[in-house]
Design a protein around this ligand. Structure first.
Ligand code: SOE
Length: 385
């Protein structure tokens, strides 16, 4: 018999993120056998019974609910994991924290800063463990970038540059609203690419390079009206289809960020590059096991960008997987997030980014939207430890 402590998960929402999280919970016991805590898929919740029942069977949940309030009220649930569209994050998280549950939330933390603040207050008042799934931090090459920057090898940092490019909303026939297109509906999503894609870039950037002090942004909504699936009518589009901003970090470096769903040819091109006094690094989600590194101290005849295949046993997380040279994928970032969360319950340390930390990302997102609206610079004064 196992002497593991169990963490009984109640997952709400069974879309794309419901699947990535469920896969993470299922993989962890096999690949992280030393953890004291083991997740147990106790219940999953979604409004449509046929859908949630099939999901529960497919992913191995012991039971299901069709009302999230019922799930939260159950005393056989220790942790509530929120994978719903953004407009429900705050309401569910606040109710879950008040019921004494551990709370995990998909990114972005909330639709806006006001909701995010209420969520931070709720978990802090309840004293419950909490985290936000900014999963890209936990890809081995990105974690290695963090180690390299923290080691000081780059020296003084001058530039941080990031892109997150997609092309799936170019057609004016793409609708807004409903279950299928909630990311296009500002009332549900809160914002467009800023909260959906740039939030990832901002989270990684502040983790790697520290806080952002001021931003200046421009946004565009290329298709002004789309059919709304809830009403069947053409309605104004309130989200930002594209957003470009530049900023200053508290370490004095300059940042440049671009995100769009109108970059024909790009499905999920997330890249970042950091230029320091002694060295630069760059990373590309399309080649996620690789980190490129330029070290100016190398002899000039062999100096150039080197390509680190981040698959060795001494690379972050890689001792848990296969053998050197064999890569892992997108889904593993979620497995790592589950493992790190389980570990945090063991150590009592907060699993970053927790709500408080993700609030800082929300602050930058809000400042970006405000800056674009007012066509002016906005102070963010975000300080990340
Ligand atoms: C949107 O297409 C999306 O799925 C985001 O919602 C995710 O957060 C991002 O990781 C990939 O793109």
């Amino acid at each position: 018999m196992s002497n593991k402590k169990v963490l009984r998960i109640g997952l709400i929402g069974c879309g794309f993120m419901g699947r990535t999280h469920s896969n993470g919970y299922n993989r962890v016991p096999n690949f992280f056998p030393d953890l004291q805590y083991q997740p147990v898929l106790q219940a999953v919740c979604s409004r449509r019974e046929d859908k949630v029942k099939a999901f529960a069977e497919q992913w191995g949940f012991a039971s299901y609910e069709t009302d999230w309030r019922k799930l939260i009220a159950r005393d056989d649930i220790d942790a509530v994991d929120i994978c719903t569209p953004n407009h429900l994050h705050a309401e569910i998280a606040i109710a879950a924290a008040a019921a004494g549950k551990i709370v995990l939330t998909e990114k972005p933390l909330a639709r806006n800063l006001e909701e995010a603040k209420q969520m931070v207050d709720a978990v802090s008042k309840a004293g419950v463990a909490n985290t936000v799934w900014y999963n890209y931090r936990r890809l081995p090459a990105v974690t290695l970038a963090k180690k390299i920057v923290a080691s000081g090898k780059l020296g003084k940092i001058f530039h941080y540059r990031a892109n997150f490019l997609q092309d799936w909303t170019i057609s004016a026939d793409v609708p807004q609203g409903g279950d299928a297109a909630w990311r296009m509906d500002v009332d549900v999503a809160g914002s467009g690419v800023t909260g959906d894609l740039l939030a990832h870039c901002i989270d990684t950037a502040m983790w790697l390079n520290g806080g952002i002090t001021e931003v200046s942004a421009m946004t565009e909504t290329f298709v002004k009206q789309r059919v709304h699936l809830d009403t069947g009518k053409m309605q104004d589009v309130g989200i930002d289809d594209a957003c470009i901003f530049h900023c200053r970090f508290s370490n004095g470096s300059l940042g440049l960020f671009e995100s769009t769903r109108y970059a024909r040819g790009h499905k999920a091109l997330y890249t970042f590059e950091i230029n320091g006094e002694h060295a630069s690094i760059r990373w590309d989600l399309h080649d996620l096991n690789r980190l490129e590194y330029f070290d100016n101290a190398v002899d000039s005849d062999v100096k150039g960008w080197s390509s680190i295949h981040v698959t060795n046993g001494d690379h972050p997380y890689m001792d848990k997987w296969w053998v050197p040279g064999l890569g892992i994928g997108y889904e593993h970032s979620f497995v790592h997030q589950v493992a790190d969360f389980m570990k945090s319950l063991e150590t009592g340390e907060s699993c970053q980014p927790d709500f408080k930390n993700a609030y800082e990302t929300q602050k930058v997102c809000e400042a970006v939207i405000e800056s674009a609206k007012s066509r002016s610079w906005k102070d963010t004064a975000v300080e990340i430890d």
